[in-house]
Design a binder for this molecule. Structure first.
Ligand code: SF4
Length: 460
């Protein structure tokens, strides 16, 4: 069950004889970041070839299709579309052919001023192929003068928001991260090939070695002979999306040197300190609530149990369009273990509450299974503000935490008690303040252009 969706995950590899196959396996490791569509573009040094489709990575690619993607350089993408329409045209990587050559591009994040840039470019003759915000970079690059890296850096200056871009030419790979470092991006190596991925779990899957994280504002060029680094903007303070720690990233990934499972566990420990409760059993909501539940149970000295089981073989619930079908999906996907819950005071740990629809059903499910009381503990602060950086809660209206106070939320979700981790508790668990926490405190790291006005209008 994905109660929040992020735009996507990216992967790139330069100079490996099995580039397309390794990209395929890496995209499978990043599948949790997007399940609507996936694509790969490969270059053999002369020609760029593309294949993309809707659905999961293993539904889109077959051995035969991968064999056709011959070449030693690849970029790949898994998507959940938060900007543009969720159709095949918007599935990345995008591939452009022009007189100056071929260019493939993929992107994780959201460019907050893309509308204004697109408008300007269209007025000056650009014809867009997709409705995705990512395409603006390709058009901007085309308009500049100089070498490709000069044109790229010049273009990136115009962009505001969150972005981790991969750009593939016939025989060069370019990597760019926004100046706030809002989205994660890491570099590794396998044999003689450089790899780049949204999360380090992709490196583990293909046997690559982590080298380092890409820095905010950094632009990297990888060619046959070397990896060169430069900047399009002065390295500012890194403000990695806090929800990467809380929810998006896989527990086995390392974000800026922090293991995600360990951070979530510390969130659970801090939550037990901040909001203790007398109970018989601690239960985590699979998957992202589990690490915090382990931490909470350990600190509170209450037994941890697998009181909710996830059926891994049910399709992801967000794919279903209507709320009615989504509701059905929740029931199909998670079930309570009656023998562990009946007549018990239960602490239910979840990673976050966004709209509240999931937690309402879970509390009810535990009560139907015989729980005496359900005490909900959330291992993140209250989400009160929308996100404009590629995460799919973009209005105040949809956020239960923006509309109600904690006790009203407790009543709405049917819990016997409810408490959230404080922002200080989250920062302590992460070990530094290098995070974006805008959805908790409204302190957005970038200018938001028209989006905040739109979100504010919806609040009224
Ligand atoms: S607003 Fe929240 S979800 Fe969006 S980038 Fe910042 S921390 Fe992440």
């Amino acid at each position: 069950m994905r109660k929040i969706n992020e735009e996507c995950g990216v992967f790139g590899i330069f100079n490996h004889p099995n580039a397309s196959e390794l990209t395929y396996f890496a995209l499978q490791a990043l599948q949790h970041r997007g399940q609507e569509g996936a694509g790969i573009v490969t270059s053999d040094g002369n020609i760029l070839k593309q294949y993309k489709g809707m659905g999961l990575v293993n539904q889109i690619f077959t051995e035969t299709k991968l064999k056709k993607l011959r070449g030693q350089h690849s970029i790949g993408h898994v998507s959940y579309t938060t900007s543009g329409d969720g159709n095949l045209l918007n599935v990345q990587p995008f591939l452009f052919h022009s007189q100056s050559g071929q260019l493939a591009l993929c992107h994780n994040g959201n460019i907050v001023n893309s509308k204004a840039i697109k408008h300007h470019l269209e007025n000056n003759g650009s014809i867009f192929q997709t409705t995705s915000d990512s395409e603006v970079l390709a058009h901007l690059v085309k308009k500049q003068r100089g070498t490709f890296i000069e044109r790229l850096k010049e273009s990136l200056v115009y962009l505001e928001g969150a972005f981790a871009f991969l750009l593939l030419l016939e025989d060069e790979l370019f990597i760019a991260l926004d100046k706030h470092g809002l989205r994660p991006l890491s570099i590794g190596k396998i044999d003689n090939a450089y790899v780049v991925a949204s999360e380090t779990c992709a490196f583990e899957t293909i046997g690559a070695k982590f080298i380092r994280d890409v820095l905010p504002g950094e632009v990297i060029r990888i060619s046959e002979t070397k990896m060169e680094t430069s900047n399009y903007a002065i390295n500012g303070k890194c403000q990695l999306c806090a929800m990467e720690y809380i929810y998006f990233s896989r527990p086995d990934s390392e974000l800026l040197g922090n293991n995600v499972h360990a951070v979530r566990k510390r969130c659970g420990i801090n939550l037990a300190n901040e909001a203790p409760v007398d109970a018989d059993v601690v239960i985590g909501v699979p998957d992202s609530g589990m690490s915090s539940a382990i931490g909470f149970a350990e600190k509170a000295r209450i037994p941890f149990e697998l009181g909710i089981i996830k059926n891994k073989y049910i399709g992801r619930t967000f794919i279903e369009p209507s709320q009615k079908l989504r509701d059905l999906g929740v029931k199909l996907k998670l079930s309570a273990v009656r023998s562990l819950i009946e007549n018990k005071n239960v602490v239910l740990i979840d990673d976050s509450i966004v709209r509240g629809t999931t937690i309402i059903k879970l509390v009810k499910m535990l009560k139907v299974a015989g729980a005496k009381a359900v005490h909900v503990r959330i291992a993140a602060p209250i989400i009160k503000f929308p996100c404009f950086y590629g995460v799919d809660f973009t209005t105040y209206q949809e956020l239960i935490g923006a509309k109600h106070k904690t006790d009203a939320i407790r009543v709405l979700i049917g819990a016997d008690s409810l408490a959230y981790l404080s922002l200080a508790g989250l920062i302590d668990a992460i070990g530094n303040k290098n995070i974006c926490s805008a959805c908790f405190n409204g302190e957005y790291p970038t200018h938001l252009y028209e989006k905040i006005e739109k979100a504010n209008l919806e609040r009224k």
